[in-house]
Write a protein that binds this ligand. Structure first.
Ligand code: MN
Ligand code: MN
Length: 458
């Protein structure tokens, strides 16, 4: 038995065209203008609908203690929202474990995922030396990207410039791409202290204490370090025009620099932090939400190719028992919010429907470019013969209103509550299995597979 997707409009990063798709087992076996199904074949009628490659979210945090979503809940939410592959961050080891031992623990923790997944280790200060030795082993395990921090010294994440330089050189040698959280953490920590000393403790002061210039400075610095190390670099969650400008300048001088942004920086602004009843705490993340004018600059950066991938930065800190820990001081509010379930819909609505980006660009930033950067291509990230049958079918004529009442993620709020979006995902296929139909999830925990990702090839 094959699955035949008939009469749909296929969208790839380069083309929009009418064709039928045949799926045998887990992969696409044929694409043709007309495929006649046999009696035993299952037919999905996509007439009048778009047929997209499944979304890839390269920036999720499932399985973190204190967060609302484990790998089962988180991947189910992702799938319902049109994401068929995630790359999840592995928190740094505790209790003296090696990076590899810790990686294996996370791989075990992720095994009940409902969609395919990769894992990427966060390298903190404690492991900045041992990673130089362990990196080749991690690459054998398929971990071909890592995350580094230029902030958060208080929790041991901040790396010195020299540590970053040494790690980037080693990463390049091993075909590993480093993604970097760019904020000047030490100066921010000082501003936070000054702010609290003045009695300014409300959520809005989180935004005021992390100015754009300190994101731009760290972005500039790591791009310079990458250039000196002759290494490619990926900048996580770019929130502002100033940081994006640094990436553009580096790209112009030949640095292989990739920029990622998130749906919340494209659609939300700092005024959310002033919502009454402490609701502003829901929007505390780092970098913080910026002034509204940055949004259109970031959209233009997507169009021009400075920013090439989208990540949700899904970090589902619950409101009750999570965000509320910081009622007396913004500095105690855990950073992050949910988003994996809405990435695809928000990008379709505010990007394609509101005519900021083309259909092809939508596919590129939600799937194809991400697959290429993170070693998933051509298994993932395209609608092509031989690729995994990871497919999202979307009816652009229908709309829905986003709400925690109907979301799958376990977080007790939705950052896009009440937002009406054009486009409803009618089918999600993951390696040939229809796991979502009309927003009802039908997949089984454990059906997702760990992906041994390819080495970076630049
Ligand atoms: Mn980060
Ligand atoms: Mn993150």
């Amino acid at each position: 038995m094959s699955i035949i997707i008939q009469n749909g409009t296929i969208v790839t990063a380069s083309d929009v065209y009418q064709a039928d798709i045949r799926i045998d087992g887990e992969v696409i076996t044929s694409i043709a203008s007309k495929i006649v199904p046999a009696a035993e074949d299952k037919v999905i009628d996509a007439n009048g609908q778009y047929v997209f490659p499944g979304g890839i979210d390269p920036h999720v945090h499932f399985g973190v203690p204190g967060y609302a979503d484990d790998f089962v809940n988180g991947t189910r939410a992702a799938a319902t929202g049109g994401i068929t592959t995630v790359v999840n961050y592995v928190e740094p080891p505790t209790g003296g474990k090696s990076l590899l031992e810790n990686f294996q623990l996370w791989k075990q923790m992720a095994k009940d995922s409902v969609i395919d997944y990769g894992l990427q280790p966060v390298i903190n200060a404690e492991y900045s030396e041992s990673v130089l030795k362990e990196l080749p082993t991690l690459v054998e395990e398929g971990a071909t990207s890592i995350k580094l921090f230029m902030s958060a010294r208080g929790i041991g994440l901040l790396l010195s410039d020299v540590q970053i330089y040494k790690i980037l050189k080693k990463a390049r040698e091993n075909g590993v791409l480093a993604t970097v959280h760019c904020e000047n953490g030490d100066v921010i920590d000082e501003i936070v202290k000054e702010t609290i000393a003045k009695g300014n403790t409300a959520p809005i002061y989180h935004g005021y204490s992390r100015p754009t210039i300190l994101e731009a400075e760290a972005t500039h610095r790591v791009l310079a370090i990458a250039q000196a190390a002759d290494a490619p670099i990926r900048i996580a969650h770019v929130s502002c025009a100033e940081a994006m400008n640094e990436i553009e300048q580096a790209q112009k001088r030949g640095v292989i620099a990739y920029g990622e942004t998130t749906p919340h920086y494209l659609t939300k602004d700092i005024s959310s932090l002033e919502l009454p009843n402490f609701e502003g705490a829901k929007y505390i993340c780092s970098p913080p939400l910026r002034e509204k004018w940055h949004q259109e600059v970031l959209w233009r950066g997507i169009v021009s190719g400075i920013l090439t991938t989208m990540g949700s930065d899904h970090a589902p800190v619950p409101f009750e028992g999570g965000k509320t820990l910081g009622r007396d001081s913004f500095a105690k509010i855990p950073n992050g919010g949910p988003g994996v379930e809405e990435l695809f819909s928000i990008m379709y609505h505010f990007g394609v429907h509101e005519k900021r980006i083309s259909l092809q660009k939508f596919v590129d930033v939600t799937s194809t470019a991400t697959a290429k950067q993170l070693g998933l291509y051509p298994k993932k990230g395209n609608i092509n013969v031989g690729s995994d049958a990871d497919i999202v079918i979307l009816d652009s004529k229908q709309s829905r209103t986003i709400s925690k009442a109907t979301h799958y993620q376990k977080c007790d709020y939705n950052a896009y509550e009440g937002t009406k979006v054009q486009g409803i995902i009618t089918h999600v296929l993951a390696r040939g299995e229809e796991i979502v139909k009309d927003r009802i999830f039908n997949g089984k925990p454990g059906r997702g597979q760990y992906i041994y990702r390819n080495k970076l090839n630049v």
